[in-house]
Design a binder for this molecule. Sequence first.
Ligand SMILES: *Cc1c(COP(=O)(O)O)cnc(C)c1O
Length: 361
Amino acid sequence: MSRAYNFSPGPAMLPEPVLRQAQATLLEYADAGASILEISHRGPEFLAVARQAEADLRTLLAIPDDYAVLFTAGGATTVQALLPLNFAAPGQPCDYVISGHWGKTALKQAAPCVDARIAASSEDGGFRDLPPRAQWRLSPEAAYVHVTANETIHGVEWRAIPEAGEVPLVADFSSSIASEPLDVTRFGVIYAGAQKNLGPVGITVVIVRRDLLERAGQARAPILDYRAQLAAESMLNTPPSWNWYVLGLTVRWMLDEGGVAEFARRNARKAALLYAAIDGSGGFYRNEVAPAARSRMNVPFFLHDPALDALFLAEAKQAGLIGLKGHRVLGGMRASLYNAMPEAGVQALVEFMREFQVRHG
Ligand SMILES: *Cc1c(COP(=O)(O)O)cnc(C)c1O
């Protein structure tokens, strides 16, 4: 068996040591006498796993004590639906800065129960750039301002998320969390589905400044209430325990590799290598995002002749490079370069792209 370099946007490549550890404990976890898939989430073995994962994530991201960490099911999209329920009063405005597909999704999920407003959008330009701070029209009475740190489909990323004043910033970090150092204290809420950069699909991390949990929000069932979830250590019902375990292994791997500062260096080198190959191809390949807004994590690119797309993907697969097909919204290709993607994988991709151009240029 040979594992390919997997450029999938999510579920995405996981570090091989993490998969091996998960495999080794699949049949029997420690001395539990059973797999972690088979034991109670309320037993001592799993509670230790869950608490260690939180402690390690707090270390990795330097999360201060006045922030709570929740581990939830339902993905980032469910968080988008729960934000207004938990943090905005009925009818209260919530501001959305739309820089791509996921910002639009966040707005759509919130719209049924609050006054969800578009504070700024770069949709007119096809989301090839970020809406500049000077154009944001913020509502002073808003419950929060929602931003998407990295747009996974359009490949645009805030290199520095602007200030929003007194209103708390709520940020979707699904596809860039832990890719570089992050000042958690600038945000009211940070959330991320794990399947991009934190581990397996099926679990989502929500980091909440504790005082925001005291906001009344809207009438909601306990299972949808972040205060209730926090009081129950994210175990109001059966949590996705296996996913939580593999997330913990992935976070530990990131710490062992040198933490977010080290991944920031690696990710900068990886992205620079790929963008240089695209920009230096004389138009055979192109990326359409404004250079200052280009994502380090997701690099959409197009071949000069879309008739070559299928061949590119087929030959890439033969070369051991998978997951490169672009999202249907944009077409073309997309290479996702999360923490688990080694530099050697990006070198192999760039090499393949040069050879493909020679063969078909
Ligand atoms: C993948 C993604 C989502 C959606 O995540 P789900 O877990 O599928 O709900 C939301 N926002 C961003 C930025 C993403 O990359």
